[in-house]
Write a protein that binds this ligand. Structure first.
Ligand SMILES: [Zn+2]
Length: 163
């Protein structure tokens, strides 16, 4: 029987004061490398961007987000969707190059009941996986202890994107 692992930064997320407004709209609106570093944005495309999850379930846990503020997949215009999917593919490759995981969970949590932390602005999760990290498959349940600092993750993933 696998012991559930404690992820204290998740409590930090739950308790953290949420900024007014949507961070997936606010963060990419800020320009420049300094802002991207502070906001943990690792890559931008024309209509989407990739950002490190500040409260990750594993090292290299990325969120791939459309610039458009929509909660429902069917509300995303076709061009935005195509660009989002292209960005998702680049991000998967970047994670593979940066971390060489044995597998990945790629998924969307649509709606609060499905586990979406920011339900109003849809986004992909990419969670790199290694054998033995945890048996628990869903992206939004429990996890293991993180070993890498977010600054290191930012530098590593950006390099993998070829920035
Ligand atoms: Zn938004």
């Amino acid at each position: 029987m696998e012991k559930p692992l404690w992820a204290p930064w998740r409590m930090e997320f739950i308790r953290a004061e949420k900024p007014a407004g949507c961070i997936f709209c606010l963060f990419p609106a800020e320009q420049g490398e300094e802002a991207d570093h502070r906001n943990l944005i690792v890559h931008r495309s024309a209509r989407a961007f990739t950002i490190l999850n500040r409260f990750p379930y594993n090292n290299g846990h990325l969120l791939v987000v459309p610039r458009a503020h929509v909660s429902r997949l069917e509300d995303l215009p076709a061009d935005d969707f195509a660009d989002l999917q292209a960005e998702l593919r680049l991000a998967v490759v970047a994670v593979r190059d940066a971390y060489a995981p044995e597998g990945m969970n790629v998924g969307m949590n649509l709606g609060k009941v499905a586990g979406a932390g920011i339900a109003d602005h849809l986004h992909w999760h990419i969670v790199p996986r290694w054998g033995g990290d945890t048996n628990f498959m869903p992206v939004l349940s429990d996890t293991r202890v993180m070993i890498e600092h977010l600054d290191q993750s930012w530098t590593r993933i950006r390099a993998a994107f070829g920035a």
